[in-house]
Design a binder for this molecule. Structure first.
Ligand code: OAD
Length: 250
């Protein structure tokens, strides 16, 4: 599939859904979880860091890891791929951006119709009463991560705070998957950017959209799993700007 063919498909679409994953933020310098060049889950075990059981067992270990990731995300800037999706949103009347990313870069770039399936890194949630608040970031941890940091305690109930992200085994935010599935089912084009498509239920949006008749355009340096009709092989920051600007002008 050439970029030119994908441009033609995108230009004809009146309803577009986008599914993004960690790969779109790789060009902003944030590590992915999996992939050819290694990812976080090669160095860290998800079950030690991204489950409610891990937090119950060793809250300071989990909190320190998320404080490191928050510092990295705070330092990162949206890249041309994030900005191209803002342009796309403004050009398409029926547009939904579904992201598995918790880094907040889509919103910082200016995207508005965002469904954050896996929650938000930059927010805290009380593990006791559920109250949410803005997270505090310690920028120096980006370069000098610590192995353990005790999580702060909730001002209301005294329970430890946790990041407001979805951990393995937890439910997605209320209604998020339903709204994402509706957008995927209505889309004429589903653009799948920088995701390994192995984590469910997010990955199920791809076959769902195809069954409903959407053309699926994948942007990824690696070959996508499953059936894909249009694969653009390369980095999101290189491919999304010419794709979107080719379809809708600058
Ligand atoms: P992964 O880390 O699983 O996959 C990243 C994908 O991005 C891979 O397919 C890479 O080939 C691709 N990639 C790498 N660099 C890229 C670039 N410059 N441009 C485009 N693509 C690039 O990330 P996700 O699919 O987002 O969940 O992972 C899904 C979920 O698994 C995450 O949300 C997280 C993780 O465990 C939770 O924490 C619940």
């Amino acid at each position: 599939m050439s970029l030119e063919q994908a441009t033609i498909v995108l230009r004809a679409a009146r309803a577009v859904a986008v599914l993004t994953g960690a790969g779109i933020s790789a060009d902003s310098g944030l590590p992915t979880f999996r992939g050819a060049r290694g990812g976080l889950w090669e160095r860290f075990r998800p079950e030690s860091l991204a489950t409610p059981e891990a937090f119950a067992r060793d809250p300071a270990l989990v909190w320190a890891w998320y404080q490191w990731r928050r510092a990295l995300a705070a330092r990162a800037q949206p890249n041309p791929a994030h900005f191209a999706l803002v342009t796309l949103e403004r050009a398409i009347p029926a547009f939904t951006l579904v992201t598995q990313n918790v880094d907040g870069l889509h919103r910082r770039a200016g995207s508005e119709r965002v469904i954050a399936l896996h929650g938000e890194l930059m927010r805290d949630r009380c593990s006791g009463c559920g109250r949410e608040s803005a997270a505090t970031v310690a920028p120096e941890l980006a370069d000098a991560p610590r192995e353990r940091i005790d999580p702060p305690r909730c001002a209301d109930c005294g329970a430890p705070l946790r990041p407001a992200v979805v951990w393995f085994g937890e439910a997605l935010p209320d209604g998020a998957m339903e709204r994402a599935a509706e957008a995927a089912a209505l889309a004429e084009v589903l653009l799948v950017v920088g995701t390994s498509q192995v984590v469910y239920p997010a990955a199920s949006l791809v076959p769902l959209a195809r069954r409903a008749g959407a053309r699926v355009i994948v942007v990824n340096p690696e070959q996508s799993p499953g059936d894909v009709d249009l694969q653009l092989t390369g980095r999101a920051a290189d491919l999304l700007p010419p794709l979107v600007h080719g379809a809708f002008g600058a």
